[in-house]
Design a protein around this ligand. Structure first.
Ligand SMILES: CC(C)(COP(=O)(O)OP(=O)(O)OC[C@H]1O[C@@H](n2cnc3c(N)ncnc32)[C@H](O)[C@@H]1OP(=O)(O)O)[C@@H](O)C(=O)NCCC(=O)NCCS
Length: 188
């Protein structure tokens, strides 16, 4: 396929898809789409931090920086971000926190459309730098971000501390204390 034909193909596949601001009634669909995309198998860090609270706070924080791609009533993509204002600085940063496109619609230029719109919103808001982050092995995302102009990758390490054992110990302690209280109540 020549580049020219490829572009036409992208345009054709993109027909009937609109990029618009996320609305309250989209939250559930966006959440479910995120659950399908940010899986524990492929992107464990993203999987752990994607939840309803996160989505609602982004939406309530700034509706202008939360966009969706919709085909009719169906939500097939999203770009959700926020603006970080620094006190004592003229700089503000546009942080693209979550970006996702339903698998069946990937590689059709949809994330590019979402991103272009997101960048326009940020430009209008006077933002001077955009930020993104993702897992170091998330190749599709890294390639995408490079393609739309991001550079200067800096390493950032996520660490985890598993609290399962501590939780179990707490439960045992709580049970013992409950038993002790009940023993005292009935026998002392
Ligand atoms: C990353 C993601 C949003 C890209 O969405 P998309 O709609 O497929 O992206 P586009 O079609 O606009 O791609 C633009 C360019 O990015 C690069 N790219 C996108 N997906 C790629 C992939 N799977 N492999 C290699 N390059 C890829 C290509 O250079 C592509 O241009 P081309 O198709 O002309 O070669 C999508 O893969 C996704 O939803 N991934 C899961 C969620 C995620 O990891 N989000 C990012 C972190 S929050």
């Amino acid at each position: 396929m020549t580049i020219c034909n490829e572009k036409k193909y992208h345009e054709r596949k993109n027909t009937g898809i609109t990029i618009r601001l996320m609305e309250l009634q989209d939250l559930h669909s966006v959440f479910l789409l995120g659950e399908k995309l940010f899986t524990s198998e492929f992107t464990p860090n993203l999987y752990r931090t994607w939840d309803e609270q996160e989505l609602v706070s982004l939406y309530l924080g700034d509706e202008e920086t939360c966009l969706v791609a919709a085909k009719g009533k169906r939500i097939i993509g999203f770009a959700l971000g926020t603006i970080v204002y620094k006190t004592h600085s003229a700089w503000s940063y546009g942080y693209l926190v979550w970006l996702g496109v339903e698998r069946a619609y990937q590689r059709e230029g949809l994330a590019t459309r979402l991103f272009n719109q997101f960048r326009n919103v940020m430009l209008e808001e006077g933002v001077r730098m955009l930020l993104v982050d993702t897992q170091a092995d998330n190749e599709p995302a890294l390639k995408f971000f490079r393609k739309v102009g991001f550079g200067n990758p800096e390493e950032h390490v996520y660490m985890t501390l598993n609290l399962t054992e501590k939780q179990k110990q707490r439960k045992v302690k709580a049970k013992l204390s409950h038993k002790a209280k009940s023993y005292i109540k009935h026998n002392v």
